[in-house]
Design a binder for this molecule. Structure first.
Ligand code: GRF
Length: 202
């Protein structure tokens, strides 16, 4: 399974996926693409001798023009799976539909709660006692694709956003490589907008 990872920043999830693929003969990260030239994840990729590309948005460029360039770059790698790992751009429907069932994202909340940004602060503000992360298939509606796997963490009364984010991140690094492994072993499918593991609805 040829995996391409899209990032914008630190890339700690990218690192977890790279490390997971090292132990998984069925999957290989063949390319890392960033929309930010200074993303630390690019350095991580270099350390693992993984090819990298930058697709930087031009000022005034439309989303569809950007996504067309992004798609052209992705296609060079002939991927089976696209992994969004902190890629901070909203994708066009055409782009999403091109990779439907072959593109996954990790989101730092227990979806369907808290789509969008600032999820940790929102969980604290709402006095939630539980928070977490979700891996889901990407569908055109933002953060609304079928959930594949979630990890929960407790929220403590004196938590700061940073403390909670760190707790969630640790779980992200456990679940994302596992989902990549499932996909690469062909155990995971999306059909009619729903996710299946080993043929069973998740
Ligand atoms: C993670 O919290 C992920 O859930 C979100 O973006 C963040 C990326 O972090 N989509 P990193 O770059 O993988 O460290």
């Amino acid at each position: 399974c040829r995996v391409v990872v899209l990032i914008s920043g630190n890339g700690s999830n990218l690192q977890a996926v790279i490390d997971g693929c090292d132990d998984n003969l069925q999957a290989e990260v063949v390319g890392v693409i960033s929309n930010k030239p200074d993303a630390y994840g690019l350095i991580r990729a270099h350390h693992s001798e993984i090819d990298t590309s930058c697709v930087i948005a031009h000022s005034g460029e439309s989303r569809s023009d950007y996504d067309a360039r992004l798609m052209a770059t992705i296609e060079k790698y002939q991927p089976d799976l696209i992994v969004l790992a902190g890629f901070m751009r909203i994708l066009t429907n055409d782009f999403v539909n091109r990779y439907l069932g072959r593109m996954i994202n990790i989101h730092p909340s227990l979806l369907p709660k808290y789509t969008g940004l600032n999820t940790h602060q929102r969980a604290i503000d709402a006095k939630d006692t539980e928070h977490g992360a979700s891996v889901h298939f990407v569908t055109p509606e933002l953060d609304a694709g079928p959930v594949i796997l979630q990890a929960k963490v407790p929220v403590y009364e004196d938590d700061t956003t940073e403390m909670l984010a760190a707790r969630v991140h640790e779980q992200e690094h456990a679940i994302y490589p596992l989902v990549v492994k499932w996909f690469s072993h062909q155990r995971l499918k999306m059909q009619d907008g729903q996710a299946y593991l080993d043929g069973t609805l998740i």
